[in-house]
Design a binder for this molecule. Structure first.
Ligand SMILES: *[C@@H]1O[C@H](CO)[C@@H](O)[C@H](O)[C@H]1NC(C)=O
Ligand SMILES: *[C@@H]1O[C@H](CO)[C@@H](O)[C@H](O)[C@H]1NC(C)=O
Length: 319
């Protein structure tokens, strides 16, 4: 049987210009070869990229889950997607050896050695990629992503160590300490350490270890000693967390008083102390928002109108 040539061309056209899943989604970036490297590799954030094809049933099933995952990972892990059906994206998908849809690939930045000077750090190394092979369900995907966030938060094991950090006035970076019930490091706190990487250092210290430290505080002078003695009273038995930014150089400190541990609130507090490299309200965030809204790719939007027509007519494909 002969298939009329026109029909074949029409179907190919439909497939080739099928609509992106996540256009203008508030938390997912549709990437192209133009934006991919800048979004995925030029950051200290981890990125989960979904390579998909709009016609693929498994991708359609995953769509809602990815939207939810991206929402809950907002500010912690970047979520992006590549529509491998678009002609301009085909090479990108081949480059990452995408063989089936959907392919979930996580990109992890190389560890930055902060002891090295800024110039000698390798800034533009490509991130390591890893394929997600777990269940395509919300919780496992979110857990996997958060487990791949680079951790720059330091657990301070003993009060002596903390004093070393606070006494060291040649320390040019501010030292942020989270006093908390457990010394578990939350993904949100890790993400703050990423935003100020190389600008401020982040630590956790367990509340319980604030008990009975009067003697240990002897070597510490002035304001810091007073503060810590106060914390020994109020914070040592507390279930809540307290964030303090110390400036060892000027012997000054700033306490985050707000109860909310929402990223934007903590972020605002810290951004008054030092300028972050990434995160909300930065130049980079502006760029990411533009990618998310598809702003710099107006030519594509024209293409999409065609796509809509294509989809309404696509029911013809079944005949
Ligand atoms: C990661 O952060 C470090 C320290 O701020 C910086 O030197 C480096 O350029 C960043 N890496 C990337 C890929 O942006
Ligand atoms: C004090 O801080 C400087 C600069 O960060 C660092 O090089 C030095 O090792 C620190 N000294 C101690 C005793 O922690």
């Amino acid at each position: 049987m002969r298939i009329p040539g026109g029909l074949v061309v029409f179907v190919l056209f439909c497939l080739a210009s099928a609509q992106n899943f996540y256009d203008k989604n508030a938390h997912i970036m549709e990437l192209t070869p133009k934006s991919f490297d800048k979004v995925v590799h030029r950051t200290n954030y981890t990125t989960m990229v979904e390579f998909y094809a709009p016609w693929c049933g498994y991708c359609q099933q995953l769509k809602g889950i990815m939207q939810k995952a991206a929402k809950s990972l907002d500010g912690i892990v970047q979520i992006a997607s590549v529509n491998c059906d678009l002609a301009k994206n085909k090479r990108l998908c081949a480059q990452y050896r995408v063989e089936g849809f959907p392919t979930l690939m996580v990109f992890r930045p190389p560890k930055v050695d902060l002891k090295k000077s800024a110039d000698s750090r390798i800034a533009l190394g490509n991130h390591a990629s890893e394929i997600y092979k777990g269940e395509r369900k919300l919780r496992p995907i979110v857990d996997f992503c958060t487990s791949r966030v680079k951790n720059y938060v330091n657990r301070i094991p003993r009060i002596e160590k903390m004093l070393e950090i606070l006494k060291n006035s040649s320390q040019s970076r501010m030292q942020v300490i989270l006093f908390s019930k457990r010394d578990k490091i939350s993904p949100l706190y890790k993400s703050l350490a990423l935003d100020w990487l190389g600008v401020m250092d982040f630590h956790v210290f367990p509340n319980s270890k604030l008990q009975g430290l009067s003697n240990a505080l002897e070597p510490l002078g002035g304001k810091f000693k007073e503060l810590l003695l106060g914390l020994q009273q109020d914070q040592a038995f507390s279930d809540s967390s307290l964030l303090v930014a110390f400036n060892a150089e000027t012997q000054d400190y700033h306490i985050y008083e707000d109860q909310s541990f929402d990223k934007k609130d903590v972020w605002k507090f810290l951004s008054l102390l030092a300028e972050p490299r990434e995160g909300p309200y930065t130049k980079r965030q502006e760029y990411l928002d533009a990618v998310r809204k598809g702003l710099q790719i107006s030519r594509e939007e024209k293409g999409q109108k065609k796509t809509d027509q294509c989809f309404t007519m696509m029911s013809c494909r079944a005949t």
